[in-house]
Structures are given as structure tokens and as C-alpha cells.
Design a protein around this ligand. Structure first.
Ligand code: AMP
Length: 283
């Protein structure tokens, strides 16, 4: 049975009781409009914990673009059905007032340094501050032993790891692999906003990531790889790339040495009015 809570005091009651009984808790924070990517995290949590909590909250403070926030898909009834289908135990769907009773100000802001300043940080100023603020609030509520997030939001997962460390939160983060549509497009709640031709064209992102991976492995210089894909994206009708970057997978630093061990290639690109991100790790 799926318990649905809107208020912190109610979910808290449930969690405190579960903890007293020695149950382990797995937590999957989401913004709803659930797809198989989200469900894969919930399934993993179900396997590894006694109790799985999913939160659905479209967090206003992490949207630097008002239109993006207003257009974010809301599909609560369908989400609840999907959560039931994977036997999720608890869903937490608070209101904005419940999560921000004192307004949006961040009291004790964490400086995540370069990890938060580069890539997404450059193009979405304030995004990670808002994201870290809500994840910290949710982690305090969920009191989770294990937290499940997607590699799809690579930089976000890195920042959550830093948040857990800096705030000394006793939760272990697991970063789970990217679920893709059969044509390779990374699943995303935003995909439903793509029109038919943009949806088809969007498969280019993963194709370019795979091509760049091959080029990297065959020794092509990194700036050439980055420029080549950026140019292809720029020349594709209705595409507007923000970055296509090969980075150090541990630090997100720029790389000069092609033989460096673990790398990640990340892309962010507007396809029509929808901003998509994707990445690929090279071990
Ligand atoms: P969101 O609802 O977009 O905030 O995502 C909630 C969580 O699901 C985040 O940890 C995402 O990284 C993860 N996620 C989103 N898309 C995917 C996907 N295609 N595969 C696996 N996890 C995903």
C-alpha cells in the first residue's frame, strides 16, 4: 500500500515509527512526471531497503527560468499509479508553503566551488543553490539510510555528494545509470514537451556523445572533439547548444591529457523550447 503524505508532521510520524522498528530507508527525490528512469531508482531502493520513499516536489528555487518552471509537467494522478505499480511505500508531495514556510532565503549557503560554478552552474545561475537547499530539507525529513539519484544529472549528483559530506549527513548516495528510450534519447520529464520533429531530432545528442567517446578513445584532441560536436548542434535547425564538454569525471576540471583515466562527456542543448542534458562516462 502506498502512503501519500502532504505534511511533514505526518510523514515524520511514519518514519520515526519505522526507524524504531529498525527499518532501513531508501529515498528517491523527484519533481514528478515520472518515467521509467525514476522508476528504476525506486526499484533499486526497494531491493536494498525496508522502506522506500519517493518525493514529488517541483522546487521553485532551482528554476532560474520562470517559463521552464511554469511549463514543468504536472501529472500527479499518473505518478501515483506508477508508484503503486512498483510498490513504492511512501510518496511525499508537499506544497511550496510546506517546504518554505519562511520564504526562499538560504540561511547557511554552502560554497560548492568549481563543481557548481561550471557547466550547468554557468548557464543556470542559482540552480544548484536552490537544488541543494531542497535536497538538504528533504534529507532531514526522510532520514534516509540510502539516497538514489540518476547519473543523468551528473553534476547534481556530485553536488549532493558534497552536500552530504559538508553537512555530515548519515546517508549514502548511489548514482544510478541513465535509462534511455529505445532510440537512445535519455528519459526526461521534459521530453513530453518536445514536438514530433524535435523528439526525433533530439536523438542526435546521444549519437554525438557516442561518437565523441569513440573519437576520444582513438586519440583525437579534445578541443577538436568538442568543437566538432558543438558545430553540428549549432547547425541543426532549432538546436541551440550551451556546452559539449569533455571533463575529468571526478572534478569536472577541463582535461588536456587524452589518456587521463576517468572522463565524462556532458552536453546541454536547447531543442526548440526544451532544454535537454545528457552525458556519457568513459572509464
Ligand atoms: P527529476 O524528477 O528530473 O528531478 O529527477 C529525479 C531523479 O531521477 C534524479 O536523481 C535524476 O537524475 C533521476 N533521473 C532522471 N532521468 C533519469 C533517467 N533517464 N534515468 C535514470 N535516472 C533518471
Amino acid at each position: 500500500m502506498l502512503y501519500i503524505y502532504k505534511h511533514i508532521k505526518d510523514i515524520d510520524n511514519h518514519i520515526v515509527n519505522a526507524k524504531k522498528m529498525g527499518k532501513t530507508i531508501g529515498f528517491v527525490p523527484t519533481m514528478g512526471a515520472l518515467h521509467d528512469g525514476h522508476l528504476s531508482l525506486i526499484k533499486k531502493s526497494k531491493k536494498e531497503n525496508d522502506l522506500t520513499i519517493c518525493s514529488i516536489f517541483v522546487n521553485p528555487t532551482q528554476f532560474n527560468n520562470k517559463k521552464d518552471f511554469e511549463k514543468y509537467p504536472l501529472t500527479l494522478a499518473a505518478d501515483i499509479e506508477k508508484l503503486n505499480s512498483v510498490k513504492c511505500d511512501i510518496v511525499f508531495t508537499p506544497s511550496v508553503a510546506e517546504m518554505y514556510p519562511d520564504g526562499y532565503t538560504i540561511k547557511d549557503k554552502i560554497d560548492f566551488g568549481f563543481t557548481a560554478a561550471t557547466l550547468e552552474g554557468e548557464f543556470r545561475p542559482g540552480h544548484f543553490d536552490g537544488m541543494a537547499q531542497i535536497v538538504e530539507k528533504l534529507l532531514l525529513i526522510a532520514k534516509a539510510d540510502n539516497l538514489y539519484m540518476g547519473q543523468k544529472d551528473y553534476q547534481q549528483a556530485m553536488i549532493c555528494q558534497a552536500l552530504i559530506k559538508k553537512r555530515k549527513i548519515k546517508t549514502k548516495l548511489y548514482v544510478c545509470h541513465i535509462k534511455r528510450e529505445t532510440d537512445g534519447l535519455a528519459m526526461s520529464s521534459r521530453n513530453v514537451r518536445l514536438n514530433t520533429s524535435h523528439r526525433e531530432a533530439a536523438t542526435l545528442l546521444y549519437k554525438l556523445l557516442k561518437k565523441a567517446k569513440k573519437q576520444l578513445q582513438s586519440g583525437k584532441p579534445i578541443p577538436e572533439i568538442e568543437n566538432e560536436q558543438t558545430e553540428i548542434l549549432t547547425n541543426t535547425p532549432d538546436f541551440k547548444p550551451e556546452y559539449f564538454a569533455v571533463r575529468d569525471a571526478e572534478t569536472l576540471d577541463k582535461i588536456s591529457d587524452n589518456h587521463q583515466k576517468s572522463k565524462v562527456i556532458l552536453v546541454a542543448c536547447w531543442v526548440g523550447e526544451v532544454r535537454l542534458i545528457d552525458n556519457i562516462i568513459i572509464d
